[in-house]
Design a protein around this ligand. Structure first.
Ligand code: GLC
Length: 732
């Protein structure tokens, strides 16, 4: 529709009709059974006549279903404005990939972009227009359940993946529009506790947390979702500085801002709105266009307009953005867009997509321990595959409710499909949880999560192990111990699972642990009781196949951690790009007691950012610089030789870090500024070159300006954030 026509449509709408475009409900309200529709609308206090006018719905799926819904909706709508269909498609739609925290471990934006392209293809033919993705909240605290949705602790990587995901979703012919979230700083809740307060100064917020959202905006995402949390005492959903000064005026964002689920109403318990009417006023005037899943805009915007608290121009601006979004999607010309039942059957879960999903698994699992090269396994070894994940189909994490569990390849199935000449003896061995009440479950959950016959289960595993050459323990958190509402104050696996592992260890056979989780866990006791540990995250529908390929060496592990693994939960938040402090434990002149340290735990993580083992062995030599000084308009080149000294071809993730030794603001001890994935044949050496530019040296100064300052810089290059070669240069 031409702009002039769109404006005419806007001006033809009544005030209630304009407000209806700013309301989003979920699909339950549109069930064909009237009594269900009435139930939810009564529950959130919305007149059922409004329900059928709302501008968008979320999390309703299927080409047939959405075409039928759209048809009914438009027929009864006075102006026949099409409805928007939005959904949480975070790590795949039907071909479900590893969770985002795993995808980040690929350090490969092209790979991650491809996952978004496939998700867009599959979701668009099922009638979805917008995905509430990418989630690019920088995270530093493994206690928070939603670290599983993020791309880790590093700002540079989150920016890379924000761009890759937005482009992946939006560039294809069968695309969906991206909605970056959660704006802003949701990943830094105090104590790692879900929905908790975020205390960040503006400078730190701008330096570490805002860049990834801006990368998504610069990549052209069409929507931004406000976060639940307060920032320095002001909820993001009512934060005019954030939503207007920064997002619109500084960044030039012209798309639509949508609240998170019922976040407008939560302004009341936050204590900034005395009632729903004030909540509506605060959110709307701050710049939140769409109210997700409350009746507050529907019930109060018209009244605010009438009393002059908001202007018709403001209402028109918000409504215009939503109509423009529908217009950019082409919905006025074709309200059914790409919804196509035949295409659903043709593209979803096709072999190409599944094969790629399997490749992604092999590139996102992280090998944390491999004593005496116990891995890869020979295919003729008889295996005892024990643990709650041995035959589990729930390998796809919390944000994958469009997954059909029957499309998941379990570990047992994956191993059986590769190890044709060996026996795979499977036993559950232990339950997921020690106590059922451990988790407030979301949706239907399998009842066998706990057990009262630990000994019996373990005995079955011992019998399986007795017949085997190698023991593989498939252990971990249950999928609902992470994700939204999945904050934990501990990072351990259940006592029952640790008991199983120790009983397996006593049998004197090689023990390999496959660890499934949505977060870094405390793994020291696990590693002390096994020979090899592979961090599998939640690997998605091809988990069984991808992990089996890694265990048997058909793929060589290349994943590297994007989030530090603490020794103890008490170290959280823990992250590699920390400040040095005035009393650094290793170099302070103060006595050991009076330095920045714990007396009962190392300062550093058990496994650091960027860490991961391979079946190959890479060594780094000869770091050199082409100049020792650099002017702001010049570039430097740093070179390093990387050699694969093993007999196995592999991919090395060469990491470039920089440190600004002294500046007007204390600077991190190192920051990731570049990554190169290098394929190396056995005994092959390559010289890897990074270019250093002045913009890589910038930071947010006390005036909130993004600047570099002259002085000494250290360059670190290596296989992770701790094992590096270094050299220096001076910016003049
Ligand atoms: C949830 C999440 C958000 C999601 C939204 C819609 O509460 O915070 O990430 O997109 O609601 O499901």
């Amino acid at each position: 529709m031409e702009k002039v026509e769109l404006e005419a449509l806007l001006q033809s709408l009544s005030v209630p009709e304009k407000v209806h475009q700013l309301v989003q409900l979920n699909g339950n309200f549109f069930s064909v059974k009237e009594e269900i529709a009435t139930g939810p609308s009564a529950k959130i206090g919305m007149d059922s006549s409004v329900v059928h006018q709302v501008g968008s719905i979320l999390n309703t799926f299927g080409a047939k279903n959405l075409k039928e819904l759209q048809k009914r909706y438009m027929e009864q709508h006075e102006h026949h404005i099409p409805m928007l269909f939005m959904a949480d498609i975070i790590n795949g739609y039907r071909t479900v990939f590893p969770i985002s925290l795993a995808l980040g471990c690929s350090f490969d934006e092209a790979l991650v972009k491809r996952t978004a392209q496939i998700a867009a293809q599959e979701a668009s033919v099922s009638g979805i227009h917008v995905t509430f993705s990418p989630m690019v909240d920088v995270v530093r605290d493994a206690r928070w359940g939603r670290v599983m949705e993020s791309y880790g602790e590093d700002t540079y990587l989150n920016c890379l993946f924000a761009k890759a995901m937005v482009e992946g979703y939006q560039q294809e012919e069968h695309n969906v529009f991206a909605c970056v979230k959660h704006f802003a700083g949701y990943g830094a809740p105090l104590g790692g506790r879900e929905y908790n307060t975020v205390e960040l100064g503006e400078r730190s917020l701008r330096e570490h947390y805002l860049p990834s959202y801006k990368a998504a905006v610069d990549a052209g995402c069409h929507l931004v979702m406000t976060s639940f949390n307060t920032i320095d005492g002001i909820p993001a959903t009512a934060n005019r500085w954030l939503l207007d000064d920064v997002l619109r005026k500084e960044w030039g964002f012209q798309g639509t801002v949508i609240s998170d689920h019922s976040a407008v109403k939560e302004l009341i318990p936050h204590g900034v709105a005395k009632d729903e009417k004030e909540a509506a006023k605060l959110a709307f005037t701050a710049g939140c266009d769409i109210d997700m899943m409350t009746s507050i805009y529907a019930n109060h915007i018209e009244e605010l307009l009438a009393e002059g608290s908001i202007s018709m121009a403001q209402l028109d601006d918000a409504c215009r953005r939503v109509l423009a979004l529908k217009n950019e999607l082409g919905l006025f010309e074709n309200p059914y867009r790409f919804a196509d039942e035949a295409k659903e059957k043709q593209v979803q879960l096709c072999k190409e997509y599944r094969d790629f999903a399997c490749e992604v698994v092999t590139k996102t699992c992280v090998l944390l321990q491999n004593n005496n090269q116990v891995l890869p396994l020979a295919k003729d070894k008889n295996i005892a595959l024990v643990g709650p994940y041995a035959q589990e189909r729930g390998l796809y994490g919390m944000w994958s409710f469009t997954t059909d569990p029957n499309t998941v390849v379990t570990l047992e199935e994956g191993f059986l499909s590769i190890a044709k000449d060996a026996h795979i003896y499977t036993a559950q061995g232990a339950s997921f949880l020690d106590r059922a009440e451990d988790i407030p479950f979301f949706g239907k959950v399998d009842a066998t999560l706990t057990t009262d016959n630990r000994e019996q289960l373990c005995q079955e595993a011992i019998e399986a192990a007795t017949k085997s050459d190698v023991i593989i323990c498939a252990l971990g958190e249950h999928a609902q111990q992470s994700g939204e509402g999945g904050a934990r104050a501990s990072l351990t696996i259940s006592d029952g699972q640790m008991y199983l592992l120790k009983e397996m260890r006593k049998l004197g056979k090689p023990v390999i642990v496959l660890l499934f989780s949505g977060r870094p866990l405390q793994v020291d006791e696990i590693e002390a009781n096994c020979d090899a540990l592979l961090q599998c995250w939640f690997p998605g529908i091809e988990g069984g196949n991808g992990i089996a390929k890694l265990i048997y060496g058909e793929a060589n592990p290349s994943g590297r951690l994007v989030m530090s693994f603490p020794y103890r939960v008490g170290q959280c938040p823990i992250f590699y790009n920390h400040l040095n402090t005035g009393r650094p434990a290793l170099t302070s002149t103060h006595s050991q007691r009076f330095t920045s340290r714990y007396i009962d735990t190392p300062n550093g993580p058990q496994h650091c950012f960027g860490y991961g083992l391979s079946y190959s062995e890479f060594i780094y030599e000869n770091i050199t610089l082409d100049h020792a000084t650099m002017k702001k308009d010049e570039k430097l080149h740093v070179l390093v030789d990387v050699t694969n000294v093993s007999d196995t071809a592999g991919i090395e993730t060469v990491q470039l870090y920089l440190r600004d030794v002294c500046a007007s603001i204390a600077r991190p001890v190192k920051e990731l500024k570049g990554v190169q994935k290098v394929n190396l044949a056995p005994h092959e050496k390559k010289t890897v070159t990074f270019t250093i530019r002045e913009d890589m040296l910038r930071f947010v100064n006390r005036d909130m300006k993004y600047v570099s300052e002259p002085g000494e810089f250290i360059i670190y290059i290596g296989k992770n954030s701790e094992d590096t070669l270094s050299t220096n240069f001076t910016l003049v």
